[in-house]
Structures are given as C-alpha cells and as structure tokens.
Design a protein around this ligand. Structure first.
Ligand code: ZN
Length: 291
C-alpha cells in the first residue's frame, strides 16, 4: 500500500451552506450516546475477552448505565441517538430494546467496534454488514446514522455507507455545522453532523488498569461543557455530544450530564434533536436551495 501525500484538502466536502435552525432556534444540540458496552474493550483487543475485570468497565452499560441514561432522558423529556454496535445489541437485547421502546433513535456503530482500517477494506465492510444484521435481528431496526467506532473513516467506507442506506455520519471534527460529504468521483456522500471532542466524556471520565489516567470532576467538566456550548450557541452551530453510558452513567458523572442538559434546555432557543431529525432538516434546506 502506498500513501498519496500530495497537498490537497483531505476532506473534499464543499463548504458548509448557511444554516437556519427550526423554530427560530439559534443553535442545535445533538445528544449522541455510544453504547459500546464490552466492545470498547474487545473490538481492537480481542484477547481482553478473557479479562473479566477489564471488560467489566463495558459491562456497566448493561447493568446500570443504559437504564440510568434512559431515566435521565425521560426525566428531561429528551430524545437522543444511541449508536449501538451490533455485538452490544445481541449481547444485551433487553437493555437495547428499552432504548427503542423509549422512542430513541438507534445508530450504527460497527459490529464489534473495530477501528475502520483502509488497508483492510473487506473487514471494514463486513463490520458494516454485520452491524446492520445484528441491529435488525436483535431490535428490528435499520439505522440511517453511523458513528465510526474509535472515530475513524476513509473514502471507500463513506461510499459504502451511502450505498447501504446510511444518510448521515457523526464522526468528523472539522466543522461546527452539518455538511454534505463529497464521495469519490464527485458522488454525493452522507450528511456529516460533526462532533466536538470537548464533549467526549471518555476523555474526562474513563481510567483503567491498562490506560490509567486522572479523572476530571464536576468543576472542570461542567464548566468546560457550558463554556463550549455557549460559544457554539453564539456561533449558531450544532453541539454534538459523544457520551458513553459506561462513563456518563456513573453516579457523579450522571449528575454532571443532567446539570449540563438542564442548562441547555433553560436557554430556550436551542433545537434539541436526534441525528435523523437534523439530517431531515439539512436535506430539506438542500432541497429548498436547489429549487
Ligand atoms: Zn464507541
């Protein structure tokens, strides 16, 4: 494999069009959860499957985290998107069915949470196919949104996602507004709802034996989230959350998330929507501007 290092924009997507949010809102909030469960620990490190304590970080999702997150969303009257690896849906069907029953959107998050690798195209596509099959058989859903496991993507994968019916991706870090991916040969790719790395709770709230790090508490995280949200709101962008029940479903962190979401709700002029709703809106604007 040779690498094309010629100077060019590595993401060829055209500039983001002007965004008008629904209902006079000044900005949008996309509450996205990654329901990795144990796949976060075994997808890229299969030998961890025999390490019960290591994988028990992910086991927290099924035993506590998912239920507490669903409780919080119900209390606040919010709908979110739960990006769920196929393996998680098959291993923990009851907990995942509860996400569907509560009216949340299910997104595609690979099958075993393997990092997409451009040097192994067949394996990358198989992760997509198996993810769809598992979500269909366990939950009866066919997702339209995709968040890349371990946050990686490449042109062939974007094209494959579009071909399989994925309407939007939520992984890239290069904008504060949704935009449309440009596929190979000028083909139209999925919509991107970019994420903000400041809202990935794993950075602040996960530490393990194999990756031991200090944790950040309420004063650091809540203020960071509020400041980043307020600035994004002032710029009229979308605040995209990358939350994990095995992190934000922990007792103290659950309260940080609750206080943050209440702060956003209290603004009164934020459109809080699922990924599918944001994509519907984006595509409606595209259609209107094409007329
Ligand atoms: Zn994940």
């Amino acid at each position: 494999m040779t690498f094309d290092l010629s100077p060019r924009p590595l993401n060829p997507a055209p500039a983001t069009p002007r965004m008008i949010w629904p209902n006079g809102a000044k900005s949008a909030l996309f509450v996205g959860f990654d329901v990795d469960a144990e796949t976060a620990w075994i997808g890229n490190n299969p030998s961890n499957v025999d390490r019960m304590v290591t994988t028990s970080h992910g086991g927290y999702d099924a035993r506590v985290g998912i239920a507490k997150i669903l409780e919080l969303m119900a209390e606040l009257g919010l709908k979110g998107t739960f990006f769920t690896p196929g393996w998680t849906a098959l291993a923990h069907p009851a907990q995942c069915e509860a996400m569907v029953a509560a009216g949340h959107e299910i997104g595609h998050h690979g099958y075993l949470h393997k990092l997409p690798d451009r040097t192994k195209l067949d394996e990358a596509f198989e992760e997509i196919d198996r993810g769809f099959e598992a979500l269909q058989s366990a939950l009866g859903v066919r997702p339209v949104g995709y968040r890349a496991p371990s946050g990686e993507n490449f042109p062939e994968l974007l094209a494959y996602l579009k071909k399989t019916g994925i309407r939007y991706s939520s992984s890239f870090r290069d904008d504060i507004l949704p935009y449309r991916h440009a596929g190979a040969d000028g083909a139209v790719g999925p919509v991107e709802i970019p994420v903000n790395f400041a809202f990935d709770d794993w950075n602040f709230g996960m530490s393990s034996r194999t990756s031991s790090r200090p944790l950040f508490g309420r004063d650091a995280v809540l203020q960071l989230w509020i400041d980043e949200f307020e600035a994004t709101h002032a710029w009229g962008g979308v605040t995209t959350l990358v939350l994990h029940p095995q992190v934000s479903g922990r007792p103290m962190r659950w309260h940080i998330l609750r206080d943050f979401l209440r702060h956003v709700i209290d603004k009164g002029d934020v459109w809080i929507a699922t990924g599918a709703e944001i994509t519907d809106h984006y595509e409606a604007l595209e259609a209107a501007s094409a007329r």
